[in-house]
Design a protein around this ligand. Structure first.
Ligand code: NAD
Ligand code: SER
Length: 315
């Protein structure tokens, strides 16, 4: 990124935003990054603007005030929360994207990052090693909004030359900021409960395998995609990326290697049917071919690192 570029992160107080903003500040320096969200998070330091991304006028004002050239749009309702308020989820997830895509169409910014999700896949998608291009029939409002968003990203690229880049994140696991209402959140909650109570009640069945990724890999993928030359970005909808796949039973077994008394019980709720509609594993060979994406962190490394950080933060 050249020194004249200025980044706006929208949704900077969330699970990804908290860490991505810090990482961007570290790489490009604090003055090159402006954070924004409905509310500032407690320990945030750096430039911050309160913003409801649905307020197009305020978004435009922030972009011109800070001479923003790149936007990372992270504000959204995730899968479980979206099912509780489908119409608002559709409005937030779609209108936020249009507000940002239109800024680029009008040449007010020159690059956009917008995350998609494994939720774009559905019951008719192959369950194993889902190819980049395949059947997509999402059954959740979240997945429908992400699939529609992907189509609009490609449309704005083809029709208006908008440089928008996207990844289909798997469930993301991290210790800095709690997850925001997804179906994969159990794989984060489990660590807090394991440390606190040596016990966890899981809202998915023991054998529900889902694609997951540790946050450092997700941040690296995001920044590598944004840094690569535009000519390398051959997929303008959204790239499959993958790291690990496991079930609640498998992650519990891995945690037990460190906390021997840890016990897990299963009480599936409405999120089980969401998980059932998603694939178990993802083929990310297009991301590897186009911009050399390669995951690093394995399940056992992730579990060890999560427990180390969360145990330390409790002391
Ligand atoms: P999150 O819920 O933790 O964070 C979203 C942030 O957006 C919150 O801080 C929230 O306050 C903010 N926000 C909500 N409405 C807003 C509005 N109107 N204006 C401004 N800010 C608003 O979500 P996350 O996990 O950080 O996810 C970020 C993005 O990544 C989302 O698009 C999500 O769909 C995608 N994603 C996340 C995962 C994951 O596992 N975390 C996986 C796949 C895709
Ligand atoms: N982690 C997200 C969710 O469960 C996947 O996009 O909603």
């Amino acid at each position: 990124m050249s020194s004249s570029e200025k980044i706006l992160v929208i949704g900077s107080s969330g699970q990804i935003g908290t860490e991505l903003t810090a990482q961007l500040q570290k790489i490009y320096n604090e003055n090159s990054v402006v954070a924004s969200d409905l509310k500032k998070s407690k320990n945030f330091s750096g430039a911050f603007e309160e913003l409801d991304v649905l307020d197009e006028k305020r978004l435009g004002e922030i972009v011109s005030k800070h001479k923003i050239s790149q936007v990372y749009l992270l504000a959204a309702l995730l899968s479980a929360t979206a099912e509780k308020n489908p119409q608002f989820a559709w409005k937030l997830n779609m209108n936020s994207l249009f507000n940002v895509l239109d800024l680029a169409k009008e040449k007010k910014i020159n690059k956009i990052y917008w995350p998609s999700s494994i939720a774009v896949f559905g019951p008719s998608t192959p369950k194993e090693n889902v190819p980049q291009f395949t059947v997509m029939d999402p059954t959740t409002v979240y997945g429908i909004s992400k699939l529609a968003g992907e189509r609009w990203c490609e449309y704005y690229f083809l029709k208006h030359g908008v440089d928008v880049r996207s990844l289909r994140y798997p469930g993301l696991i991290s210790y800095t900021s709690p997850p925001g209402g997804g179906t994969t959140d159990y794989a984060v909650d489990i660590f807090y409960q394991a440390i606190e109570k040596e016990n966890y009640q899981c809202f998915l069945k023991e054998d529900t395998v889902l694609p997951m990724m540790y946050m450092p890999d997700a941040l690296r993928a995001t920044i590598e995609l944004m840094e690569t030359d535009a000519k390398n970005v051959k997929v303008r909808s959204s790239y499959n990326i993958a790291a690990m796949s496991f079930s609640p039973k498998e992650i519990a077994e891995e945690i037990k290697k460190h906390i021997s008394k840890f016990k897990i019980e299963y009480k599936p709720d409405f999120r089980q049917s969401i998980a059932n509609s998603w694939p178990k594993s993802i083929d990310d060979s297009f991301a590897n071919r186009d911009w050399n994406w390669k995951n690093k962190v394995t399940l056992s490394e992730m579990v060890k690192d999560m427990l180390a950080h969360l145990t330390l933060s409790k002391k």
